[in-house]
Design a protein around this ligand. Structure first.
Ligand SMILES: Cc1cc2nc3c(=O)[nH]c(=O)nc-3n(C[C@H](O)[C@H](O)[C@H](O)COP(=O)(O)OP(=O)(O)OC[C@H]3O[C@@H](n4cnc5c(N)ncnc54)[C@H](O)[C@@H]3O)c2cc1C
Length: 388
């Protein structure tokens, strides 16, 4: 029998994360969004670290909370209900922690897992995209030889890494990068490899920090590797499998997560719109009593429910069969991100003229939702190429 209900533990996680989102994240989100100096909100990240939110999937033996992977689906939605940028920032830590747990060895566990779940709030990043390799850096099957320009050259037992990575979430803030490179400038996918690169390694520097339209609290930056020397034990998994890890672990896990985060944004917009529709009186009654308004709200809540179900199924399926369900992850990513944009646009309509004013939360939610659309057409392409 299929069971869609949450366990008591999962309900507890949802309550705790919702409280953190509503009491701690949301009250700061608008100010951080508007900060002209674009300062990163370390205070909220450190608070999350003290509650062991940063180390949720890390086993207790390494300082984490040791929570089951599915609980991250619930937690992601709740954090995004507070602020999607904070959810993306912390979600990036979870993704890297899971990647380490899956393909790391004892040395990597002891070195990196306690660091990423420490109470000081240490962040990590995953550097794949390059200025000249966007979608091309994310595909295992369609990879064109030479597309990756970040090169890891073997020197004795070390690797020396040179290249530039673009749009990196937590770029410039991270204590640890998982960075994709090619072992051969003309190599195909079998020349790709992932490396653990400490944020303070000599030769790691930060280029442009992006001034984004949405999720402005999230720091995305160019990260430059100039003759960065790492020892052989900093190889992630196996040589030649870098792009395989990108497609089958990173992309598969992040599809459901981006879906869950988008549903958190949509739910925030829906709650605001519902409250406003009950309170705003036009035509002699609260606008919710006009059928066209209540129909909009009904459709919004249906999209949220459908999206959450798909995101949860994608995450659940990936936990059962890691990398075996990229199809559901892509569907969840496309459906939920587009649903969040639809819901936030409908919410703006319900607010009438107020919806467009910068002091109205909905305007921010629309910008935050739009950011998650990238790169939906590539996910559609992958789905279209694998129709059955
Ligand atoms: C908020 C945010 C966070 C990010 N975080 C990270 C991160 O942590 N680490 C990281 O490495 N990257 C990160 N990225 C980068 C992201 O992965 C890339 O933006 C994405 O892979 C697309 O690459 P691109 O921007 O270069 O676009 P391109 O690949 O240049 O695509 C441009 C357009 O062309 C289309 N297109 C491209 N190739 C094809 C094709 N073969 N067939 C048909 N159409 C095609 C695309 O659909 C798109 O519409 C982030 C991006 C955003 C917006």
């Amino acid at each position: 029998m299929v069971n869609f209900s949450l366990s008591e533990e999962e309900k507890g996680i949802r309550r705790m994360l919702n409280e953190f989102a509503v009491k701690e994240i949301r009250p700061r989100a608008a100010a951080v969004d508007k900060d002209p100096e674009h300062r990163f909100d370390w205070e909220i990240v450190r608070k999350a670290a003290r509650l062991n939110i940063l180390g949720m999937p890390v086993p207790e033996a390494y300082g984490g909370a040791g929570l089951p992977l599915f609980s991250l689906a619930i937690a992601t939605e709740e954090l995004a209900y507070g602020d999607a940028g904070i959810s993306s920032c912390i979600g990036m830590n979870w993704l890297n922690e899971i990647m380490i747990i899956l393909e790391g060895n004892q040395y990597n566990y002891e070195r990196y897992l306690p660091m990423l779940s420490a109470q000081e709030g240490n962040l990590s990043a995953n550097a794949v995209t390059e200025p000249m390799a966007g979608s091309d850096a994310w595909t295992y099957r369609r990879y064109l030889p030479g597309a990756l320009r970040t090169i890891a050259r073997k020197d004795g037992s070390d690797y020396v890494i040179n290249g530039v990575k673009a749009h990196v979430t937590n770029g410039g803030l991270a204590d640890l990068y998982l960075a994709l490179a090619s072992l051969d400038p003309n190599g195909g996918r079998d020349a790709s490899a992932y490396f653990y690169v400490p944020g303070d390694a000599p030769g790691v520097s930060v280029g442009m920090v992006e001034d984004k339209m949405g999720q402005r609290v999230l720091q995305n930056a160019e990260v430059i590797f100039t003759d960065v020397r790492v020892p052989a034990e900093n190889l992630y998994g196996e040589e030649g499998k870098g792009l395989w890890y990108v497609e089958n672990i990173h992309h598969s896990l992040s599809g459901g997560a981006v879906g869950a985060s988008s549903i958190g944004i949509a739910r925030a917009a829906y709650d605001e719109a519902l409250a406003y529709a009950k309170e705003r009186v036009q035509g002699g009654k609260p606008i919710i009593e006009h059928q066209s308004v209540s129909f909009k709200l009904a459709d919004m809540s249906t999209l949220i429910e459908a999206g959450r179900t798909l995101a949860w199924k994608a995450i659940w399926a990936n936990i059962q069969n890691l990398g075996g369900e990229p199809r559901l992850s892509r569907m969840a990513r496309v459906f939920c991100t587009e649903a969040a944009v639809k819901v936030t646009l409908e919410a703006i309509q319900l607010f009438g003229g107020y919806g467009f004013i910068k002091d109205c939360l909905i305007e921010k939610l629309l910008r935050d939702a739009a950011l998650n659309l990238c790169p939906n057409d590539i996910n559609r392409l992958d789905l279209a190429e694998n129709l059955s």
